[in-house]
Each structure stands twice: as structure tokens, then as C-alpha cells.
Design a protein around this ligand. Structure first.
Ligand code: ZN
Length: 188
């Protein structure tokens, strides 16, 4: 168990696709513990393995707040199997200290994964809750996608990155998201 260094935007691991886990081995259990220790130490809501330099398909989330008891959820080899609706969300990331920007997300997701005991589970998160958004954010990390790739206003996002001395927006990575854009337009 250890608190690991969280890689910052610009480090290559954050853009590399992660590999599937073949077995929930001792090594994976140790990684899960390190992810949780590091996430709690940084007061994060979620943390994905590539953020600590391990390109394997594992992430952790805990959306408990205030006096609620800790509620860590471990996702190994996750697959988002259903998604619908759209929501605008102000997001940040432990790899982007202090930088927040508005992004598009699905409102509802259903995810299938393996937990830390090697058991398969399905989880549904609805109504654009923090859990629903965190699942999508962390899941993206496993494919080298970052929250800024989903940004609604690229100029605003560029200014925020500059303000916090982070590398520039990689505009070639911006996602199209026509479906989410249309869905959000309907809500206006
Ligand atoms: Zn993140």
C-alpha cells in the first residue's frame, strides 16, 4: 500500500491505451490499494491506473461525501454497455490540478466490470449523478481520453490550461459528440 505520484497532463502514460487484466493477481490487488490510497490522499472522487503510470484497465471511484462512510468501488476490465441522455458537467481531474471546464457527458450509463475479488458485476448510474459522470471520466482514462477532449468551449478550456501552466489543448483530439450536442440542444 502506498500513495503514488499522480501524473500530470503532458505525461505520455495519460495518452496511452491500457491493457486488459488477465487475472486479479497479487500485483493487481496491490495496484487497487495504491489507487485507493492515492485517491483518498488527494481527496479525489476517482482515479485510473494510467494516472499513476500503470497502463492497465483498472479504476476506482468513491463518491461518498462529508460524514458518509467510505464507499470504494473497483472497476477492472470495465465495459460501458448502455448509455443515454446528455448532461453538461463542470469537471476536473487529479492530473489537471485546479483546472475545471464544462464537458458533455451521457446522463445514464450501465457498466459491466470485475471487482477486486474477481467477481463480475453490472452497475447502473442515472440522472447525471456524480457517479454516472465519474464512471465515464475514469473509463476514458483507460483509452487515453481526457476530460478536456470533451470540452464544450475550446477557447475557455485553452485559457484555463494556460492559467494553471498546463500544456496546451490538443485540438486534434477534441471529440465530435454530435449526439450529445443535439441532446443538450433539446434541453434549452
Ligand atoms: Zn481524470
Amino acid at each position: 500500500m502506498a500513495i503514488r505520484k499522480v501524473l500530470k497532463y503532458g505525461e505520455p502514460s495519460l495518452r496511452e491505451p491500457s491493457k486488459e487484466v488477465h487475472k486479479v493477481s497479487r500485483k493487481i490487488s496491490d495496484l487497487v490499494r495504491d489507487l485507493l490510497d492515492t485517491m483518498y490522499a488527494q481527496n479525489g472522487v476517482g482515479l485510473a491506473a494510467p494516472q499513476i503510470g500503470e497502463n492497465v484497465r483498472v479504476f476506482v471511484i468513491d463518491v461518498a461525501t462529508g460524514n458518509e462512510p467510505l464507499n470504494p468501488i473497483v472497476f477492472i476490465n470495465p465495459k460501458i454497455i448502455k448509455k443515454s441522455g446528455a448532461i453538461e458537467s463542470n469537471e476536473g481531474c487529479l492530473s489537471f490540478p485546479e483546472a475545471y471546464t464544462n464537458v458533455r457527458r451521457y446522463k445514464n450509463v450501465m457498466i459491466k466490470a470485475i471487482n477486486e475479488h474477481g467477481k463480475s458485476f453490472v452497475m447502473e448510474a442515472k440522472d447525471g449523478t456524480l457517479l454516472a459522470r465519474a464512471i465515464q471520466h475514469e473509463y476514458d482514462h483507460l483509452d487515453g481520453i481526457l476530460f478536456i477532449d470533451h470540452c464544450i468551449n475550446r477557447f475557455e478550456t485553452e485559457a484555463i490550461l494556460e492559467k494553471y501552466h498546463l500544456p496546451a489543448l490538443e485540438t486534434d483530439r477534441l471529440l465530435e459528440e454530435k449526439d450529445l450536442e443535439e441532446e443538450l440542444g433539446k434541453n434549452d
